[in-house]
Design a protein around this ligand. Structure first.
Ligand SMILES: Nc1ncnc2c1ncn2[C@@H]1O[C@H](COP(=O)(O)OP(=O)(O)OP(=O)(O)O)[C@@H](O)[C@H]1O
Ligand SMILES: [Mg+2]
Length: 435
């Protein structure tokens, strides 16, 4: 950076771009590492591809394939495999071209919207309003549309993250109706494919649905480090320029993702992020240092997302730990302190209930399990055995994420009165000597 007249550093954007354009290039086709990219091959999914291809091939002759479920932990290639097969089926040189309606139940989240989405996708128009029509009317319209538009072909209905639908009011009923569509169709046939990463989800299905949907199921086992290496190598060849990846990069990404139940998404994310960090640093190559930094960054993002998704009461318990740590960094925090501070700050947020000591203790356990705080039981002389609580994440990160939560933002500069009480200070001094 250049110094300006006031002797301050000044960033020159033009110079930056000029250097950037002249600098080393890491990526050839960065899109190949994006989640939306459909790979041309899916290593280590041959068994599943063969099984699904055999089940669905009859669609090419206009016969109805069985409905089935796909299971496996997150990042095991379920969605990628179904998308891959739908592409392959479409590429076959046959008169009958199957239709595919893909629905992510996390995005299209109510039974009504699912029906409307299927209808609107087939008709290619927003014909069903977002709310308002009775379910049986939409069903009737949908049956008519399927017969008239899809005609003698097959319509695959893919319900990804199907477990979310089941938890919704009316979810079981709609699923039951969707599995029975064929009984009311004259020409077209449908086949339902459910995808889930909740392994126990099958047990929660209504027996009537299970008999038509759950009898056939395909399991996607987690990848081991060797399999993840193969997946990454194939993608890296497309994504990166030749010889920019140091030898240890892919094995390290694979090993780190294998620790997290063999998640290919995680492995690809690490590789992409490592490449981006190297590019930002104008480095000529990507080495394991960038993978380690990428791993740390992703961990932080993950924790921040987790905190944002916690219930407000859990966020307040964390805020209590944060406020004590901020205003008195060497204070030994015990559960009683968190109870006191929580009682105080909850008063600033309308509608928030006082928690019992027991509930506070439950939230402390949850935060500990998530790796956000640590709670170690120590013997404190005549005070007995006591949980000593500490933040396990850098305080700046906690502050950043809490300041992004509307209801909590305003209390982040509140110094807890507890820290100003002589009795508490005295007790804490004794604790410090005992530790
Ligand atoms: N065998 C494979 N070969 C190449 N890429 C793969 C393979 N398996 C998974 N991937 C890639 O890993 C990422 C995650 O895969 P996918 O989205 O299919 O996981 P999923 O099982 O559907 O996970 P979730 O349950 O979280 O939805 C995608 O980018 C996908 O392209
Ligand atoms: Mg998926």
């Amino acid at each position: 950076m250049l110094k300006n007249d006031n002797n301050n550093y000044k960033f020159s954007i033009d110079k930056f771009y000029k250097n950037y354009l002249k600098g080393p290039r890491i990526f050839n086709n960065r899109d190949a590492l994006e989640p939306s990219y459909i790979p041309h091959e899916l290593p280590h999914r041959d068994v599943q591809i063969k099984d699904i291809a055999e089940k669905t091939a009859c669609a090419l002759f206009g016969n109805a394939p069985p409905s089935f479920l796909c299971y496996g932990q997150t990042g095991t290639g379920k969605t990628a495999t179904i998308r891959y097969i739908s592409q392959k089926l479409a590429q076959q040189n046959t008169e009958i071209k199957p239709w595919w309606i893909y629905i992510n139940c996390n995005v299209v989240s109510t039974p009504y919207r699912i029906l409307a989405h299927i209808y609107n996708t087939i008709s290619r128009e927003e014909k069903i309003p977002p709310t308002g029509l009775p379910k049986d009317i939409i069903f009737k319209k949908l049956l008519g549309l399927l017969d008239s538009k899809v005609r003698n072909s097959i319509c695959f209905l893919v319900l990804d993250e199907i477990d979310i639908l089941i938890e919704k009011k009316g979810g079981n009923e709609i699923l039951y109706d969707l599995t029975r569509l064929n009984e009311n169709l004259d020409q077209c046939k449908t086949s339902l494919i459910g995808i889930s990463n909740k392994l126990k989800f099958r047990k929660t299905l209504d027996p009537r649905i299970l008999s038509s949907l759950g009898e056939e199921h395909i399991v996607f086992p987690s990848y081991d480090a060797g399999e993840l290496r193969d997946i990454l190598n194939k993608r890296a060849k497309i994504a990166f320029r030749e010889i920019v990846l140091k030898e240890d990069v892919i094995p390290l990404c694979a090993a780190l993702a294998a620790k997290e139940h063999g998640d290919a998404r995680k492995a690809l994310q690490l590789l992409r992020k490592a490449g981006e960090l190297a590019e930002r640093a104008q480095s000529k190559s990507v080495n394991s240092k960038y993978v380690e930094r990428a791993h740390d960054d992703l961990e932080k993002d993950h924790i921040m997302e987790y905190i944002k998704g916690m219930p407000l009461q859990a966020q307040l318990v964390l805020t209590a730990v944060y406020l004590i740590s901020k205003y008195s960094p060497d204070h030994i925090i015990i559960s009683g302190d968190i109870y006191e501070v929580h009682s105080e700050i909850k008063g600033f947020i309308p509608g928030i209930r006082q928690l019992t000591k027991r509930r506070i203790s439950d939230y402390i356990s949850e935060l500990t399990l998530a790796g956000i705080i640590s709670a170690e039981v120590k013997s404190m002389g005549h005070y007995g055995r006591t949980k000593i609580i500490k933040l396990d994440i850098e305080i700046d990160i906690i502050e950043k994420v809490l300041s992004e939560i509307d209801k909590i933002q305003a209390i982040l500069n509140h110094k807890p009165t507890l820290l100003q009480t002589d009795k508490v200070k005295l007790k804490n001094n004794i604790f410090k000597k005992l530790i």
